[in-house]
Write a protein that binds this ligand. Structure first.
Ligand SMILES: [Zn+2]
Length: 254
């Protein structure tokens, strides 16, 4: 029976943990151009090897690895890994392919450089409160002013405020913005730790860690399209779905 165990080992090595992540996308240069344009207050330029910040720092585009497991890519992303999957802006809400998580991979030093390190108290001083769906008395939300995220979220709020009443139960109450924490079950930072994400009503939402039987979503896609028009991506488009979650990632949007 030895052949059976050998085969089982080979098969188990090719399922969810399959290595082979980390290669740059074919259109890396265009992706990097878009990245630089998306964060003009902080990013100056790029070449084949480095992303140059306006404060004189630079980050390597690649760590040279193309053999990462999916989880290694999430935990140890480089800049080119952030573009491993195309974000389907404006698309219908449908079940993504396994591990299709565009935007869930983040090169953390870049985000720390822009928004600050919350463990050092650098994020909160840059936040301000904006009205959340004021026509519907949605209260206030605190959000970073870095990269104009506050203005972008105010524009989202104004558009959402004009949607039909049936959408309001997904939006009010919201479930929070800033939280200095790691992603549950991970060492990675959540974009909530940079004050650049919002969770809408968790009571109407689904999260991959809450159920083990594949993608679920109850959030109307019209809500996601409003966010996407103003620079936010939606966690409902991920295989590892988080349907209440929106984060500011204009580099992944048209
Ligand atoms: Zn969230």
């Amino acid at each position: 029976m030895r052949w059976f165990w050998a085969l089982a080992l080979v098969l188990s090595g090719t399922t969810a943990q399959a290595a082979g992540y980390g290669a740059p996308p074919a259109d890396l240069n265009a992706r990097l151009d878009k990245l630089v344009k998306s964060y003009p207050d902080f990013l100056d330029r790029h070449d084949d090897k480095y992303l140059y910040l306006k404060d004189g720092r630079k980050f390597a585009i690649s760590d040279g690895r193309t053999d990462k497991t999916f989880d290694e890519m999430i935990e140890h992303a480089d800049i080119d890994d952030m573009f491993f999957a195309d974000y389907p802006a404006g698309a219908d809400a449908t079940a993504p392919a396994p591990n299709f998580d565009p935007g869930r991979v983040r090169f953390e030093p870049l985000f720390d450089a822009m928004y600050g390190d919350c463990d050092r108290g650098e994020v909160e001083p840059k936040m301000r409160s904006i009205a959340w769906l004021p026509k519907h008395h949605g209260g206030g939300v605190s959000i970073t002013t870095v990269n104009g995220v506050d203005k972008a979220l105010a524009a989202v709020s104004a558009d959402l405020d004009n949607l039909p009443e049936k959408y309001m139960r997904y939006l009010i109450p919201n479930s929070g913005t800033y939280n200095c924490r790691r992603v549950a079950g991970s060492t990675s930072r959540s974009v909530h730790a940079w004050g650049a994400a919002i969770d809408i009503n968790s009571a109407a939402s689904d999260y991959w860690r809450w159920s083990k039987d594949g993608w679920h979503n109850r959030i109307p896609v019209e809500i996601a399209r409003v966010f996407e028009r103003h620079g936010f991506i939606w966690g409902g488009r991920w295989w590892h779905y988080d349907t209440m979650h929106f984060e500011y990632r204009p580099e992944l949007l048209p």
